[in-house]
Design a protein around this ligand. Structure first.
Ligand code: FES
Length: 113
């Protein structure tokens, strides 16, 4: 991983600690997961299902779906639309991931948000 890219607009902003592919990183509390990944030098959020080509966030507004990651064990989350949370576990996606099945209980439905 390369060194974090400075972001002067968020200088002094409260930071949260989350885990990215098993490594703890710091990110501004008001930022998206995609912004946190980019700021910490990780530019590929996933690889494609067929060729394995790396893909990176492109639109940063929920349109292109290039930023899919696994968050807290849930695949296919749009990193540009998810805000960072303390303790969040983020993993880059390698190849195709199954879409989640329907929740089996009301508790699972509440947990799924
Ligand atoms: S970067 Fe385009 S949907 Fe997330």
């Amino acid at each position: 991983m390369t060194q974090p890219t400075p972001c002067r607009a968020l200088d002094g902003a409260p930071q949260v600690t989350l885990t990215l592919d098993g490594q703890e990183i710091q990110a501004p509390a008001q930022g998206s997961v995609a912004a946190a990944m980019l700021a910490n030098g990780l530019h590929a959020t996933r690889t494609t299902a067929l060729s394995g080509a790396p893909r990176a966030p492109y639109c940063m507004m929920g349109v292109c779906f290039e930023c899919l990651v696994e968050i807290d064990g849930r695949p296919n989350r749009q990193a540009c639309l998810e805000m960072v949370r303390p303790g969040m576990q983020v993993r880059t996606q390698r190849g195709a991931r199954p879409f989640p099945t329907a929740p089996r209980s009301e508790q699972e439905a509440r947990d799924a948000g």
